[in-house]
Design a protein around this ligand. Structure first.
Ligand SMILES: O=c1[nH]c(=O)c2[nH]c(=O)[nH]c2[nH]1
Length: 309
């Protein structure tokens, strides 16, 4: 007889590819291109794992159908913002199936950007310019008669590089240290940035400025990377991360906290002294990018608890 217990479970459909086009009367068109993951959990599903009893199992095929059904039937503005669409799908599942306790929906959005010709936006043609990917995940959980919504959103693979105005000095030194102080260095990272939004109210989710938060988080990240002297002059990836996150928290009241993962993709000056050539420190012009390993700097930053400021 089996005695093991289920500690957690969730099942559903991953990589549901759905594209929604909005056609305006004046020939202006919009596109959202998503890959959706829907996962259901609840005690009622335990017997499908332990007893082979499928009676309560909403087929993953049906869950996939819900994504297409809602993409067609919801008002366009609830589909075109990934956070809102994720929340709508998750809330639909929890409301429709009373035996679902939590629905987790994750969406990654393909970054189609509208083409521009001589400064003029094209009404219906798009290209993939940026390589970063926007994504979101909603956890909608039954709470009494209502719902609670927890949302993580962000982007990853925003690749950036700067050729000066970055340093790393005055760090811990002991017999295991080989890295010299670097008063100036090439710095490159592939940004993962993520923020959270928590609400008990689906209407608040529908009204939240998710597109502005996404654009603002990306702009702040790039601006701090390129321009903010607090972050880089005689400092580190760590201090840049803090300034980036602090700017997002100051700009967007809806954001509860911000997480960054910043790999430090090393570009080391190549030592050419064997050939009588100076290429280190202030003489560095030729670098060897190092694929692995990279530094990896992470933190979650939030506002201080109330009463502590
Ligand atoms: O900005 C940096 N932070 C570190 O913690 C670190 N460690 C390292 O070797 N180089 C760097 N750069």
């Amino acid at each position: 007889m089996e005695t093991s217990i289920i500690k957690s479970q969730a099942y559903g459909k991953d990589r549901v590819r759905v594209v929604r086009v909005v056609r305006h009367p004046d020939s202006w068109q919009e596109i959202a291109d998503y890959s959706v993951c829907v996962l259901l959990s609840g005690e009622a599903f335990e017997s499908s794992y332990t007893k082979g009893d499928n009676k309560m199992v909403v087929a993953t095929d049906s869950q996939k159908n819900v994504v297409y059904y809602l993409a067609k039937t919801l008002p366009a503005d609830r589909v075109m913002v990934p956070e809102v669409f994720a929340g709508e799908i998750a809330a639909f599942m929890v409301k429709k199936y009373s035996h679902v306790t939590t629905c987790h929906v994750k969406i990654t959005a393909k970054p189609w950007e509208r083409m521009r010709f001589e400064g003029k936006a094209h009404p219906h043609s798009f290209s993939r310019e940026g390589k970063e990917t926007r994504w979101t995940e909603a956890f909608v959980t039954r709470k009494g008669d209502g719902l609670s919504v927890r949302m993580n959103s962000g982007f990853y693979d925003l690749e950036v590089l700067k050729t000066t105005n970055s340093s790393f000095t005055d760090f811990w030194r002991d017999e295991l240290t080989t890295l010299p102080d670097m008063a100036d260095r090439v710095l490159s990272t592939k940004v993962l940035c993520q923020w959270t939004f928590v609400s008990d109210d689906l209407e608040a989710l529908r009204a939240a400025p998710f597109d502005r938060i996404f654009a603002g988080a990306k702009r702040n990240t790039l601006d701090v990377f390129a321009n903010d002297p607090r972050a880089w002059v005689h400092a580190s990836v760590q201090s840049a991360l803090y300034v980036m996150a602090d700017r997002i928290l100051n700009d967007f009241a809806d954001v509860d906290d911000v997480y960054y993962a910043l790999p430090n993709i090393h570009y080391f000056p190549f030592d050419l002294s064997k050939f009588g050539l100076k290429n280190l420190q202030a003489d560095a012009q030729v670098y060897m990018p190092i694929a692995d390993p990279s530094g990896y700097i992470t933190a979650t930053i939030s506002r201080p608890p109330k009463g502590k400021i």
